[in-house]
Design a protein around this ligand. Sequence first.
Ligand SMILES: Nc1ncnc2c1ncn2[C@@H]1O[C@H](COP(=O)(O)OP(=O)(O)O)[C@@H](O)[C@H]1O
Ligand SMILES: [Mg+2]
Length: 265
Amino acid sequence: MSDGPILAVEGLTRVFGSGRHANLAVDRVDLAIRPGEVVALIGESGSGKTTVARMLLGLLPPTEGTVRYRGVDLDTLRRREGMRSYWRNVQAVFQDPFGSLNAFYSVRRCMLNAFKLFPRRPPRAERIARVREALDIVGLDVDDMLTKHPHQLSGGQRQRVMIARALVVQPGVLIADEPTSMIDASSRAAILNILLDLRTRLGLTVMFITHDIGMAYYTSDRLFIMHLGRIVEEGPADDIIRDPQHEYTKRLLADVPTLSREWIL
Ligand SMILES: Nc1ncnc2c1ncn2[C@@H]1O[C@H](COP(=O)(O)OP(=O)(O)O)[C@@H](O)[C@H]1O
Ligand SMILES: [Mg+2]
């Protein structure tokens, strides 16, 4: 099982609406992510990326197709252990960190809430220690942060708190849906580097979701190019950048003036 994918979808399909108004948002998507990989799902706005992410997270039922975590169907997992056990393993960071934070909660309270995913919470001292450790990993000043509220933080700090909150349950997989698209340009590289560092430091498997093929190339081993609900091309990042096969990939690349792994540093 260790050789198999940690997360895989097969024939994943989602239709919104019905009849004349049916919208095929995701159309028979297959993808498999191996443990420890960093992959990117790339496509323009409306191509179905977030819908794939929501199905991967078990937040939206597929119209057709399966999601498997370590070879086990999500429906089976849901029946057997409930979704909390899955969410301890697979966490997400979304594009709008303000929307994901409760304005009335301090950072400490927001972070401690993550332990609701455990059937038996660890003792308070351990919970606090893990919160501090997670805030430290994302490069925040721990003592300064704990009592702050969302409106007292910059966009970059808020997104770091959201990453820390995802880490506090010690997941194996992180899905990052446009994690820097609402962050000012000056903090973007730092946030991406923190996310990348998680693989090295924690052995995390990461899926980046982005409209930016440059960002995907910079961060990821393998790319999945999505267009109108379908994966039109996939492969090692270097191969795709050097020799794109699909017209849509070529178009995406034509929009990026220079592409090197150093461009963002
Ligand atoms: N909850 C929803 N109800 C109806 N249509 C939706 C819903 N969520 C997404 N869609 C539609 O599905 C398509 C894909 O959206 P989305 O997955 O958000 O794309 P992306 O994340 O790539 O921008 C779009 O046409 C969008 O309007
Ligand atoms: Mg989206």
